[in-house]
Write a protein that binds this ligand. Structure first.
Ligand code: GRG
Length: 323
C-alpha cells in the first residue's frame, strides 16, 4: 500500500509486539499452566492473529493521550474475547472450520470439548483482566465499571452473539443488503467499534470526539466484514464446507457494488479522523488497510499488522501437526 509511511508502519508494529508480549504475560500467569486446556488457550491466542482490535484500542487511546499501561488490559481483554469467538465459531455446530490462522483450528487440534472450554475460559479471563484491582487503582472504579459494561454489551446478545445468532436464523434465506449490514454491524462491528471506543473513553474523550470515534469504528467494522466476505468468496471454491449457506455480502450485491460500499465506508472513516490531522495517521492507515486487503495481496500494511493470511492451506497445517 503506497500510503503507508515508515513511521506509521513502525508504530503499528510496536503496538502489535506490545500486545503480543502482554497477551503472553497474561496467559503464562493465568495458572493451571500444565493442563491441555492451557495449551489449547495458548495455541489459539499466542500464535498468530493480526491483533487488529487491540491495535485499534491503543491507537485511538493514544490519539487522546491515554497511557499504554492503562490501555493494555482492555486491549488484551478485547483480543481474548475475539479469540474465544473464533474458537467457538470454528466448531462443527457453527462454521465447522478445520483451519484458523493458517493452522488447525482449536477443536481439530485438541478436540471439541477442550475447544469449548478454551473459548469459555478466554471469555472469562477477559473479565478477570479488566477487573484487576491494579487497573481500578489507575483508572478509578467508576471508569472501570463503565468500560466493562461497554465491552460486555458489545460481546452480548445486543452485539456479537446477537449478530451471530441472527446469521444462523438467516442462513439460506434471501436478505437485502440493509438487513445484512445490520447483522454485520453486530456480529463483527460491535467488538471493533468498542475496541475504538474503549481507547477513546480511557483517553478521556467525550461528546463530539467520542461520537466521531464511534462513527469511525462503526464504518470500519462494517468495512472489515464486507472485505472479509469478499475474501471468503474467493475461498469458497476451495473450501470443503462450501459457503455453509451463510449470508455473504456477495450474495446480496455485485462485487463492484461491494467494493464501492467499502470505499464509501473508508471515506467515512477518513472524514471522521480529519479534525485530528497527522496524529490520526495510524487510524487512517488501519482504515486503508481494511479497505484494501484482498484475497491474495499482501501489502505493506498487512505486513505491518502481521496479516495471518488465508493462503496457508490445510496441507501446510497438517505438515506442522504435532504427533
Ligand atoms: C461467539 C461463536 C461466536 C461467534 C461470534 C465474530 C464471530 C461471531 C465469529 C467469528 C468468525 C468470523 C469469521 C467472524 C467475522 C469476523 C472476522 C472477519 C473475524 C476474523 O478476524 P480477524 O481477521 O482474525 O481479525 P485474526 O486471526 O487476525 O485475529
Amino acid at each position: 500500500m503506497s500510503c503507508v509511511n515508515f513511521k506509521v508502519k513502525q508504530y503499528l508494529l510496536d503496538c502489535r509486539s506490545l500486545i503480543d508480549n502482554a497477551l503472553d504475560h497474561y496467559l503464562k500467569n493465568s495458572g493451571h499452566n500444565t493442563s491441555l486446556l492451557h495449551e489449547a488457550i495458548c495455541y489459539s491466542v499466542l500464535d498468530g492473529g493480526k491483533r487488529f482490535r487491540p491495535i485499534l484500542t491503543l491507537a485511538v487511546g493514544e490519539l487522546f493521550g491515554a497511557k499504554r499501561r492503562a490501555l493494555l488490559p482492555f486491549a488484551c481483554a478485547i483480543e481474548l474475547i475475539h479469540c474465544y469467538s473464533l474458537i467457538h465459531d470454528d466448531l462443527p455446530a457453527l462454521d465447522n472450520d478445520d483451519l484458523r490462522r493458517g493452522k488447525l483450528s482449536c477443536h481439530k487440534r485438541f478436540g471439541e470439548a477442550i475447544a469449548l472450554l478454551a473459548g469459555d475460559a478466554l471469555l472469562t479471563e477477559a473479565f478477570f483482566i479488566m477487573s484487576d484491582p491494579k487497573a481500578a487503582r489507575l483508572l478509578g472504579v467508576p471508569l472501570i465499571s463503565k468500560l466493562i459494561r461497554e465491552v460486555s454489551d458489545a460481546a452480548s446478545i445486543r452485539g456479537m452473539i446477537g449478530g451471530q445468532s441472527t446469521e444462523l436464523e438467516l442462513a439460506k434465506r434471501k436478505v437485502t443488503p440493509a438487513v445484512l449490514e445490520n447483522l454485520d454491524r453486530l456480529k463483527t462491528g460491535a467488538l471493533i467499534t468498542t475496541a475504538a471506543r474503549v481507547g477513546a473513553i480511557i483517553g478521556g474523550a467525550a461528546g463530539k470526539d467520542l461520537a466521531r470515534v464511534t462513527r469511525y469504528g462503526r464504518a470500519l467494522g462494517l468495512a472489515f466484514q464486507i472485505t472479509d466476505d469478499i475474501q471468503d468468496s474467493h475461498e469458497v471454491s476451495s473450501d470443503k464446507n462450501g459457503s455453509k449457506g451463510m449470508v455473504n455480502y456477495l450474495s446480496v450485491a455485485e462485487p463492484a457494488e461491494a467494493r464501492e460500499r467499502v470505499q464509501n465506508l473508508l471515506s467515512e472513516c477518513l472524514r471522521e479522523m480529519r479534525p485530528y490531522g497527522s496524529a490520526a495517521g495510524p487510524l487512517c492507515d488501519l482504515a486503508r488497510y481494511v479497505a484494501q486487503r484482498t484475497w491474495d495481496a499482501a501489502d505493506e500494511t498487512v505486513a505491518a499488522v502481521g496479516g495471518s493470511g488465508r493462503e496457508q492451506r490445510l496441507n501446510a497445517a497438517l505438515d506442522r501437526r504435532q504427533p
